[in-house]
Ligand binder design. Structure first.
Ligand SMILES: [Fe+2]
Ligand SMILES: [Fe+2]
Length: 278
């Protein structure tokens, strides 16, 4: 069965109606959990805006890619919706995921707009290499997001939050699998593409959300969510996965990022790496 057929067979919105909301309310959320959940909503709810940007690109008109993007966008929308529901059930006063998405987008950093423009230029100039880059970048981010959800699921004492995040993480792992297989196939077609992708990802990597969240917010999120050695373990795991793709051996961007943010006290921005644009 092809990658896309596998996704079509199992794609659905994350199930939440059977969750024990009374129990979720009774156990409640810690301050850190409220902070993390709001961050997840802000990042997840931006997927539709990202989708609108990539849908403009000629390379996304490939029928299979368009099918994946449609399912992916649908599933990500419900991640934001489900996390918002949990926050509200636990008494946290938050806007709907859609209202929040609009607000976050309207305050999007100039960086997000520049990224959109650069992306369009690269896609027009080198469509095949750009698609490989897009798939590699997607694999990397989905890998990190899945681990972030899994980490909350392990840290929390709220069984409903743990179950919801386990379900979301399962979908994130599936998104990762699609991007990863696509990246593998496309990187395998050209050594030029491998060099191009490696250069861009190694140089410009930052965790998802950097267009709409500050570097400080993202660093705080990563360090509190993945405390101590867990941050390095998650980063090394992601580097190993990406490093196993054609032409990506020895990939270190995630570990480099982890090493930059780990020593800082919470609340301080990550220093820019000598080579990093983020
Ligand atoms: Fe998601
Ligand atoms: Fe995802």
């Amino acid at each position: 069965m092809s990658d896309i057929a596998q996704h079509l067979a199992v794609s659905k919105k994350v199930e939440i109606e059977d969750l024990d909301w009374a129990l979720a309310r009774q156990v409640g959320l810690t301050q850190n959990e409220v902070k993390w959940l709001k961050h997840f909503v802000d990042v997840e709810s931006q997927t539709v805006h990202y989708f609108l940007e990539v849908a403009k690109l000629q390379v996304s008109r490939d029928p299979e890619i368009l099918t994946f993007l449609t399912m992916w966008n649908y599933e990500e929308y419900f991640h934001a919706y489900a996390v918002t529901r949990l926050l509200r059930e636990c008494g946290v006063d938050v806007e709907s995921a859609t209202e929040r998405a609009q607000k976050v987008r309207s305050s999007a950093r100039v960086k997000a707009k520049v990224e959109d423009a650069v992306q369009q230029g690269m896609a027009r100039l080198l469509p095949q290499s750009f698609t490989a880059l897009w798939m590699t970048w997607g694999a990397l981010q989905e890998c990190l997001v899945a681990q972030a959800y899994e980490s909350v699921g392990e840290l929390t004492k709220n069984p409903v939050l743990a179950e919801l995040f386990r379900r979301i993480a399962k979908q994130e792992r599936r998104h990762f699998a699609y991007y990863y297989h696509q990246a593998k196939e496309r990187l395998g077609q050209s050594t030029f593409t491998q060099k191009y992708v490696r250069f861009i990802v190694q140089k410009f990597f930052s965790p998802v959300g950097s267009g709409v969240k500050s570097d400080e917010d993202i660093a705080d999120f990563m360090r509190t969510l993945l405390p101590g050695e867990e941050l390095h373990t998650a980063m090394a795991y992601t580097d190993r996965k990406i490093g196993a793709l054609p032409g990506m051996a020895g990939f270190t961007a995630c570990r480099d990022y982890g090493n930059r943010i780990a020593p800082l006290p919470v609340g301080r921005p990550a220093p820019a790496a000598a080579h990093a644009a983020a």
